[in-house]
Design a protein around this ligand. Sequence first.
Ligand code: BGC
Length: 782
Amino acid sequence: VAHVAVSNGGIPANDLVLSPCTDAGWLLIEEGLSPAREREIESLLAIGNGYLGVRTSIGGRFSHPATFIAGIYVGDGDLGPRLAVFPQWLNVAVTVENEELTVETGRVLLHRWLLDLSKGVLWREWRQQHPSGRITRLTCFQLASLADRRLLLQSVTVTAENYAGTISVGMHLGPSGTHGNVENVEHADVELVAAEPGAVLLRAVAKDVGIAAASKMHGPGAASWKDTIANGEERCSWKTALGQTMRLDRILAVFTSRDSASPLTAARQHLAAVCARGFQAAIADHVDAWRRRWDSADVRIVGDKAAQHAMRFAIYHLIAAANPADECVSIASRGLTGEAYRGHVLWDTEIYMLPFYVFTAPEAARALLMYRCHTLDLARRKAQALGYQGALYAWESADTGDEVTPQSAVGSDGRPVAILTGQQEHHISADIAFAVWQYWRATADNAFMAAEGAEILVETARFWASRAQIGLDRLAHVRRVIGPDEYHETVDDNAYTNVMAIFNLERAADVLAMLERNRPDDWQRLSERLRIDAKEPQAWRSLAAKMVTGFDRATGLFEQFAGYFQLEEIDPAAARNWAMPIDVRLGAERVRRSRIIKQADVVALSALRWKKWPVAVHEANFRFYEPRTAHGSSLSPAIHALVAARLGDLHLAQTYFRQAAEIDLTNNMGNAAAGVHMGALGGLWQAAVFGMAGVQLREDGISVDPHLLPSWSELAFPLQWRGRRLRLRFEAQPRRIEAAVEGDGEVTVAVRDGPACCVRSGQNFALQDDGSGWGHWEEAGR
Ligand code: BGC
């Protein structure tokens, strides 16, 4: 029996080191137990730091807890690799007088999960009455440190409310566990390693990556611990007096052979170092890291509590998904919160999530783009295998950059359905080029552009140069593709794909011209290494000029792909009340022959290339495509909210903003159990910042065009622009904009239909609309 610190009655806040935020706006609360929603709750409440992601749970029959490590995959079968599930560590096994404390025995008096979005900490409060009448209260928290990404911290406080007796708490780490219904690392050896007393050490292998973990449980002032390393459990037992409370803390360090040549030694040493500094210090660092991250990212919405909450939930998961220190991983479509798409990386990252990082944590955005740089060779190989030049990125990729899209899946009727996206969804190469350009424009990271960005732009441009074919009409066509709307496969001249390809070709030519002018040495090196022919940039420009876009001057409409306008008209509005998705209900074949589309396609072009066409063109296309869109992808509603807001259609903007906000929070697509929808969460941020605030990049700063939703009285957020931090605040009535700059330098803030203002470091300017239009910028107090 270990010596432990004991306090009497209740849980003194300072005894817990930490307490949850008291503002409900920063909490996600799940009251009671709902077995049917258990897996969904695990996704929503997941904690993470971009290196580790943890779905926790009460460990019931329906649960599916899991811990993932970014970039660690197993299995290579027909479905491709999948994120490995780290060996069990979540079990906290409590016994009272030798009887196990479970929600299934006796009466649950209270059960509550609280995810503190402000600090990235998941709390559990649980009061259980045993059939004997004994009432035990548990208050636990766990976190994945944002300050030290290899750390998982856990704390358990146990109170014997109305009895005296023996309590025992065990924390497990090992190949097997009783916690829920999970398969551990597939094809992996998981081995417990005996080591110095007081710590459990574990080693595992996932494919060719070694994983190691070292865990230590301790109570304040604990002198000796009885190790039960044989089954990977640290257990502590004590005799409690009536009403006594006791706290146990645990530190767990995780390393892989990707981080260290000897992950086991690294984990053990790191654990020792953190233990020496103390649990409290580790918590304080984590809380501080989250505070700083929120300071650079929080979006404040006044007047609409649901929108504010959804926005914080989105930002929380976006912060938890990225690791600026790892250039070799990217963010899966469900981050590290679930197993949908087997943890594969898609265009969701560059088009939907990346802008959040570009404007709030450029170093994280850079790391994500570096993943595309490190996987460029595989993209070259994919292009080559299909008979093209340059680089064609995998539609779905994992650790290596190889194409890992499965070739088939089981359809709703139980029969196999071919999946063609891996062969035909080529716009991803242009999407990545677009993201490189956007990152560079917002950050002016010339070193990245010269060393890595330019190479991506050139190789993707070369892909389009070989992919497009000149037809008898002397125009350039891109045939047999899938655009963002995956209901229509093997189509010719998808407008989205071709317009993005034009952008890719032109920017590749631009970047070479720029390097030649401003960084001749870099230009020389790149030209030699990639054997760039002097005529290539001009060839890209003339190809771009010949590319078919499907744009009709008379109507202002883009035809989504050749022949789309000839398809059958079916109104997807009829499907709104159906229990199943429209493509399942009507059958994929029928939908393919119709104008019903899965998600924003031409509308996504409007969002990305707003300045390219007059507002009337965006208006015409939005009015045409919006009613025909079934939103069969979670990516779709947020983009519709963004474009509707820019068009000033606040009614539709509100509808779509809410629909996007509820994808995970009300599970409105029914699949949140397999992880939160990271692209939709990034899209929600874009809807508020690019849509409702109308933010767009300019050469000397940014422009804004506020369209606050009717229920919003105020919208405020920080943005990073070329090393300066800009703080923007929009008020609805009277219309007012405030702009302040921190950091060196100045930023121009321009307002559509209003004057521009150059805001210098330390200054705060305001612009107001007195009812007859925008007035003049004036210096305002801070
Ligand atoms: C969408 C894709 C998306 C994928 C992962 C699909 O349903 O059509 O655009 O990349 O989901 O989110």
